[in-house]
Design a protein. Structure first.
Length: 494
């Protein structure tokens, strides 16, 4: 190859990488606008309530998301944009680590294709916007993979240990972690395991203080279920397969399956060690009826590299069609997100399917309405100081806290879900002296009966409707009960 040809190739590779960078900047800008514009989803509000009460651990997950949010909100204040900073920054960190990873695994001319496959996955779009534990665990898991591949097992152990403090779905990396450490030496295996365990001390201490509640829930109760019929298992299997397309997108799913059969032994072996365990964990949960497809979202990066490695020659030969298809899918993913936030698609969906109260198909139904509802409540001159606030679900309890303000967290109690199935059940309780309670529910949970049971008198429900283009996308029900049946305990700070 002469110098002119080499320069031309280098220039072409640089142009492609610059195009990927521009694409990253554009999608990140859209994410910034959406993060600034919309309020929190119920899941984000739930994790935000953890940050109001920083602790060594929590019932559902490890504490890292709480610690990060506590630090950010204490410095920059409680706003939706600040609470979403972990998601916005997490994507950039993941992309940077992935770039370094690609430089070790791929030729320079192949890196841009790996990024396009990653960007084409719908889960990356969602992960850019929602501040959930995965936005911390994914870059940490990717860093662990990188260090383990480079033989830096102790750094890999630190990354994996901190990753476990973010989310336990990284358990899928344990086989490869043990294998990588063992390949170096028994001593490195011992030290690596010791580092990971040492970093779990906060979670272990919290669970020792709370009867090992997290471990019991995650490893036993969460997955306990009765015997399912064969058709039910088939339905769960089909739902799992469908969710993989929803999570990773068509090119990655089909490309990974095809690459697995075409790959050489070394490529297939690496994929089995690094990606298969995570798929196995999410599959075992899904087949029981709990489809947590996002547990394997770290595999997005492994799958992208795997496909490019196996089909490198074919991708280069069809460079323009590959670029065209992937760019189209990337733009489609982001267009759908924008459309679902700006248009009342949930309302239209309900009209077509005849399924009432499914407004959450409009993203705006999840992230709007609560702050506006709080203005209505405040305009009613209701005295919250000695009033307990009962919500139909712990997600609603979190959003009510977000709407009214963190100062009311100690007065809010969910009544429509099992007490131990959320972190609220592990905070201290006391009886409220007031005979009055504020009852709150929304159209998704439809649990007004359980709230009515808290009162001696008949409850007159008020409706707060959130509209988009004059179509209802959310309904919040609320009422003040002045004669409760019995004194009900409320949440207070420990």
């Amino acid at each position: 190859m002469n110098s002119t040809t080499a320069d031309a190739i280098a220039s072409s590779n640089k142009i492609k990488l610059n195009a990927v960078l521009i694409l990253l900047v554009i999608t990140q800008f859209v994410a910034l606008v959406l993060a600034w514009r919309f309020e929190l989803t119920d899941t984000e509000a739930y994790y935000w309530t953890w940050s109001i009460k920083p602790d060594l651990g929590y019932f559902d997950h490890p504490p890292m998301i709480s610690w990060v949010l506590t630090g950010l909100t204490s410095i920059f204040g409680d706003s939706a944009f600040v609470i979403r900073l972990p998601a916005l920054i997490g994507k950039l960190v993941s992309c940077y680590i992935f770039y370094i990873f690609c430089r070790k695994k791929l030729e320079e001319s192949e890196i841009s294709y790996a990024f396009l496959f990653v960007f084409s996955a719908p889960v990356l779009c969602m992960g850019t916007l929602l501040s959930i534990p995965d936005v911390l665990s994914v870059p940490l898991g990717l860093a662990a993979l990188y260090f383990l591949d480079q033989g830096e097992t102790r750094k890999g152990a630190v990354a994996l240990g901190i990753g476990f403090l973010s989310k336990w779905s990284l358990m899928g990396l344990i086989p490869y972690f043990l294998y990588a450490c063992w390949k170096r030496s028994k001593k490195e295996l011992f030290i690596g395991v010791l580092i990971v365990i040492f970093l779990q001390i906060p979670v272990l201490v919290w669970n020792q203080q709370h009867d090992w509640a997290t471990f019991y829930f995650q490893f036993f109760k969460r997955h306990s279920h009765g015997f399912l019929t064969f058709p039910e298992y088939l339905r769960n299997l089909s739902n799992y397969v469908g969710s993989q397309f929803f999570c990773f997108g068509i090119p990655l799913v089909i490309g990974t399956v095809a690459a697995f059969f075409k790959a050489n032994n070394e490529q297939r072996k690496y994929f089995v060690w690094t990606a298969a365990p995570m798929f196995a964990i999410s599959f075992l949960s899904a087949i029981q009826g709990q489809n947590r497809y996002y547990w394997a979202c770290l595999n997005l990066f492994v799958m992208s590299i795997f496909i490019v490695q196996v089909f490198s020659k074919q991708i280069k030969q069809r460079s323009k069609p590959v670029w065209g298809i992937l760019i189209f899918l990337i733009m489609t993913n982001w267009s759908l997100i924008i459309i679902s936030t700006m248009l009342p698609v949930g309302y239209w969906f309900d009209q077509v399917t005849d399924q009432p109260n499914q407004y959450r198909h409009t993203v705006g139904a999840d992230v709007t309405g609560w702050k506006n509802w709080s203005k209505t409540i405040y305009s009613e001159k209701i005295n919250f100081e000695k009033m307990e606030i009962l919500a139909s679900d712990f997600h609603i309890a979190a959003q009510v806290t977000w709407a009214l303000g963190p100062q009311y967290l100690n007065q809010i109690r969910p009544v429509g879900s099992a007490w131990e199935q959320h972190q609220f059940g592990f905070w201290s309780e006391r009886s409220m002296n007031s005979d009055s309670v504020l009852l709150v529910a929304d159209d998704r949970y439809d649990n007004l009966a359980s709230l009515q049971d808290e009162c001696e008198e008949n409850v007159k429900w008020n409706r707060h409707e959130e509209k988009l283009l004059d179509k209802t996308i959310k309904v919040i029900f609320w009422s003040v009960c002045h004669k409760r049946k019995t004194a009900i305990s409320a949440l207070i700070s420990e």
